[in-house]
Design a protein around this ligand. Structure first.
Ligand SMILES: [Zn+2]
Ligand SMILES: [Zn+2]
Length: 218
């Protein structure tokens, strides 16, 4: 599936890849053509082609979290671009045990992702081209899930979906912590389009109002 959104300053393009139909998002600075990829999920050639289509230079591999369906293309994309990999330190356990994650889902193992180059903090500002993206720590689906905030856009990984929220039954998950994280998003970021790790984009205000999993926050 192919999708693009364009504003004055940036292009957001994405592909849905791999056996879990995960979304990999490319954000391109229109002026400099520098870009970041949010989650190198799978199918590296598809993602490389997306980047080439925009004549973009991949500057950073940003990871929302380290579940197997979000990291399978990291090794290939790192080799292809030499872009640094950014992850939150609370994801290290998952990142170092991709093989175990695969066996948990009965999937054949894939090569371990390369070492993380930069451990992100909460509220960190990351610059590329003429753009800046801010980190918001949103644990609950996984211990160090990061939501990326830029202009009126949120890249939420598996924290929040259209009409649903991330599963919390995997190691390090907690529904109580997840709901607190989403509450923080709703309070911190008043208005934004949400680009989730799976499924179609949605609006934060719409989810705050209608998402049945967030009923206790209303
Ligand atoms: Zn996940
Ligand atoms: Zn996922």
């Amino acid at each position: 599936m192919q999708n693009t959104i364009e504003t004055e300053r940036l292009i957001i393009d994405w592909r849905t890849v791999g056996p879990f139909a995960a979304n990999s998002y490319l954000v391109v600075c229109k002026e400099t053509r520098e870009a970041v990829l949010v989650d190198a999920c799978d199918e590296a050639p598809v993602l490389q082609q997306m980047i080439e289509t925009h004549d973009a230079t991949l500057k950073i591999l940003l990871q929302t979290h380290a579940h197997l369906d979000h990291v399978a293309a990291l090794a290939d994309l790192k080799k292809w671009s030499s872009a640094p990999i950014y992850l939150h330190p609370d994801e290290k356990m998952l990142y170092d045990n991709v093989e175990q994650q695969c066996s948990l889902f009965g999937l054949p193992p894939f090569p371990s992702p390369p070492p993380v180059d930069h451990w992100m903090e909460d509220h960190e500002v990351i610059s590329f081209g003429n753009l800046q993206i801010r980190t918001i720590l949103t644990p609950g689906h996984s211990p160090g899930s990061i939501t990326f905030h830029m202009d009126d856009f949120l890249f939420a990984g598996d924290v929040l979906f259209m009409g649903s929220v991330g599963r919390t039954d995997l190691p390090g998950g907690s529904m109580k912590v997840l709901l607190k994280s989403i509450q923080r998003l709703i309070q911190d970021v008043e208005k934004a389009s949400v680009f989730p790790g799976h499924g179609p984009p949605t609006e934060l205000a719409r989810e705050a109002k209608t998402n049945p999993f967030l009923a206790s926050l209303r």
